[in-house]
Design a protein around this ligand. Structure first.
Ligand code: FAD
Length: 371
């Protein structure tokens, strides 16, 4: 689209998570008038770390915000998978050969704060919970709780796994329970029993449990996460310290000690859900990004990274296509095959067969324990 057309475009982004914030940044750089509507009255994220992959960091470089993000991260060289007792199984270099940019480890709270910090003042409107959308073809009308309405040429649904925008667009089937819980906490390096000595992500697996140590050494902390099998699908289940200790039985004694020492008031507990692939991500004036489009399990660490990539791809498509309608089709054609595959692979755990599928041609250093 011509830059004069892009400048006249009024875009409403629903949701100020990573997907909404990234889309808002990328679309505002096109010159469009962008407003973000977020239901929460305060932007918050859970206490946990994630890895920002090279492609994500490259997007930030393109948007001129690399330094603002990188300054609250630690660059990392690899992700290692080990048995419950610490025998190496597999190592994935990040960056892969040929990539210049490294993966950067970040605290989720720092990440959303840094993203919010690079959006123009006044762009984000808190306390706006979307209730419904009237799709009028070349534009749409949003109605928020309390009755307020907004009209936009393009609505970007970045409202997460339980997306209202997706429900309005596609007659949604809703989230799917994975039979797992995620327990996440950020602890001091001193409480890590000497297990963190560099900036690399490690995952220990055994008996269906995965324990992640994601260093945040720039904060003097480490993100300690357990993903464990559990049939209780309540979104925020009640669990005790003893429940956590049962999930790490037989693991390296130091991991058991970290678990025993956790302050349970600081542990984020949630059941793990994703969605089945959605056939159509858009109408002529409404489009989905991030978890709203393709919520995936966290086993590949790709959900937030994909949400950022969506924002970049949507902006690219608007620049290249002749109209909004064409751009939305181009965006889906570019991104959906990638995220369909990530959704599929992320539903795998990490048994030996599954490691072989994700890292084809690489021989595991040792057999993975039975899942
Ligand atoms: C245990 C776990 C570990 C993970 N680890 C990783 C990892 O290591 N790496 C990685 O890349 N990803 C990871 N993820 C996935 C990642 O957290 C998500 O993919 C990412 O947060 C999705 O961002 P989003 O902006 O699309 O959605 P969300 O973060 O869910 O944001 C949606 C926003 O929309 C708002 N909203 C919702 N409904 C409305 C409404 N009706 N009106 C207005 N606003 C609304 C919400 O309040 C929220 O602010 C993990 C996820 C889990 C559960």
């Amino acid at each position: 689209m011509q830059s004069s057309e892009l400048k006249n475009l009024k875009i409403a982004v629903v949701g100020a998570g990573y997907g909404g914030a990234a889309a808002a940044k990328a679309l505002s750089l096109l010159g469009a008038r962008v407003d973000v509507y977020e239901q929460a009255h305060r932007i918050r994220e859970v206490g946990a770390g994630i890895g920002l992959r090279p492609a994500t960091m490259n997007r930030f470089r393109e948007w001129g915000i690399f330094d603002a993000i990188a300054k609250v991260t630690s660059p990392s060289e690899y992700f290692e998978i080990l048995t419950a007792t610490g025998d190496p199984i597999m190592k994935e270099a990040w960056p892969a050969d040929g990539e210049q940019t490294r993966t950067h480890l970040i605290h989720r709270g720092d990440f959303i704060e840094a993203l919010m910090g690079v959006l123009p003042e006044g762009m984000v409107h808190l306390g706006h919970r979307l209730e419904s959308i009237e799709d009028k073809g070349d534009r749409s009308v949003l109605t928020f709780a309390g009755g307020g309405t907004v009209e936009a040429d393009l609505v970007v649904g970045a409202d997460g796994i339980k997306s209202v925008v997706r429900q309005e667009l596609s007659g949604d089937r809703g989230p799917v329970f994975a039979g797992e819980h995620a327990y996440r906490a950020v602890i001091s390096l001193d409480a890590a029993h000497g297990m963190v000595t560099d900036d690399n992500l490690r995952m220990y697996i055994g008996r269906g449990t995965k324990v992640y140590l994601l260093p945040l050494r720039h904060r003097g902390q480490v993100s300690f996460d357990i993903t464990a099998l559990c049939p209780d699908g309540a979104w925020t289940p009640q669990v005790t310290r003893d429940d956590l200790l049962k999930t790490v039985e037989g693991f390296d004694e130091r991991l058991v000690s970290i678990t025993r020492d956790l302050d349970m008031d600081t542990v984020n507990v949630r059941a793990v859900y994703d969605i089945d692939p959605v056939d159509r991500w858009h109408s002529d004036s409404v489009v989905l990004v991030g978890d709203a489009a393709h919520s995936m399990l966290h086993h590949q660490g790709q959900g937030a990274n994909s949400a950022i990539e969506d924002g970049g791809a949507l902006a690219d498509a608007l620049r290249r296509a002749g109209s909004v309608k064409e751009a939305l089709a181009l965006y889906q054609a570019t991104r959906k095959p990638v995220t369909d595959e990530l959704q599929r692979v992320s539903r795998q755990g990490w048994s030996e067969d599954e490691i072989n599928e994700v890292f084809p041609g690489q021989k595991p250093a040792a057999a993975a324990p039975q899942e």
